[in-house]
Design a protein around this ligand. Structure first.
Ligand code: ZN
Length: 315
């Protein structure tokens, strides 16, 4: 049984890094730690991070781990890992439980981040929420009536793989023209490069000569007033807004929370998203929905994972 004095640890594993947070019963961060992880050493490295945080605060009741990829919470298995070899996460739940002696809850990273925003971030005060994480990939999560709704087998919310362009490029999922193929950070860079081949007046072409630019550079140049970079960000907002309009029409959801690195462009991207949703969504649905930027940044997934561990423990 947990009490308001009990604390929880949330960890977000993303590729070669893990970010762990010790949070209190209400989701406030007490300590954080970030470390590199190697697939072959994943369990001992995560266990060491847990021990480090526990040494500072002993009253830890459970651990939540957010993983990129599809997670089946009924079986505690990572079904389709993303960015991690499957043999490194096959029995993550069992091995981490054994290594730490604590209860472990596994969840997909977008679901965990959504839960974090819902409990202590931009989703606070809502009962129904759709969260989108727009970064190297595009993930999504649905919270209905205060609970994460993960679908029949745990995979709901894969908004990055809704079709935006039926004639578009092939996606990692096998479909063509998914939202992820036009609006993720690598897709922004690809689209910008394609256009720069035709029009090299942008400051981005100078960046391209010195180093390969990133989606962050595109946003930065847009902020500096580069017309081409601004057009790329606006176009990206248009694609995301098209996806969000479909979500709103489908769910008549109370709040949309948009997070992930691509949203660091701030109002430069949020405004075209809202503009496009207004243009495309069924008007009563649009008017009933608040579209906001996420608040917790990189802490969303660790906090959310910790809160999921808390709520699983108190169930
Ligand atoms: Zn796809």
């Amino acid at each position: 049984m947990t009490t308001p004095r009990t604390n929880f640890i949330g960890i977000n594993v993303s590729g070669t890094q893990a970010r762990a947070a010790l949070v209190d019963h209400e989701g406030a961060i007490l300590e954080t730690t970030v470390g590199d992880v190697a697939p072959k050493q994943l369990i001992p490295q995560l266990a060491a991070m847990v021990e480090d945080l526990r040494s500072r605060q002993e009253t830890v009741a459970a651990i939540g781990v957010a993983i990129p990829g599809l997670v089946n919470r009924q079986t505690d298995r990572v079904i389709v890992p993303r960015d991690l070899p499957s043999n490194s996460v096959n029995n993550l739940h069992g091995e981490l439980t054994r290594a730490t002696g604590l209860r472990v809850e596994l969840e997909n990273d977008a679901n965990a981040a959504a839960y974090g925003e819902f409990k202590v971030g931009a989703g606070r005060g809502s009962r129904n929420l759709f969260y989108m994480m727009i970064g190297n990939g595009i993930g999504g999560a649905i919270i209905l009536d205060g609970k994460l709704w993960t679908g029949a087998s745990g995979f709901a919310g894969e908004v990055g793989h809704i079709t935006i362009d039926t004639e578009g490029l092939e996606c990692v999922c096998g479909n063509t023209g998914c939202l992820e193929t036009v609006a993720s950070a690598p897709s922004i860079v690809r689209r910008a490069r394609e256009r720069l081949n035709r029009d090299s007046t942008s400051s981005l072409s100078r960046l391209e000569l010195n180093k390969s630019f990133t989606a962050e550079d595109v946003a930065h140049q847009a902020n500096e007033g580069d017309d081409f970079a601004l057009m790329m960000i606006e176009r990206t907002g248009k694609y995301i807004g098209t996806g969000v309009a479909s979500v709103i029409n489908l769910l008549n959801i109370e709040r949309i929370v948009l997070g992930g690195g691509v949203m660091d462009a701030g109002s430069l991207i949020l405004n075209p998203i809202i503009h496009e949703v207004r243009r495309r969504a069924f008007q009563p649905c649009f008017e009933a929905t608040e579209i906001v930027a996420a608040k917790l940044g990189l802490d969303a997934a660790p906090i959310g994972a910790a809160m999921l561990a808390r709520d699983a423990t108190t169930d």
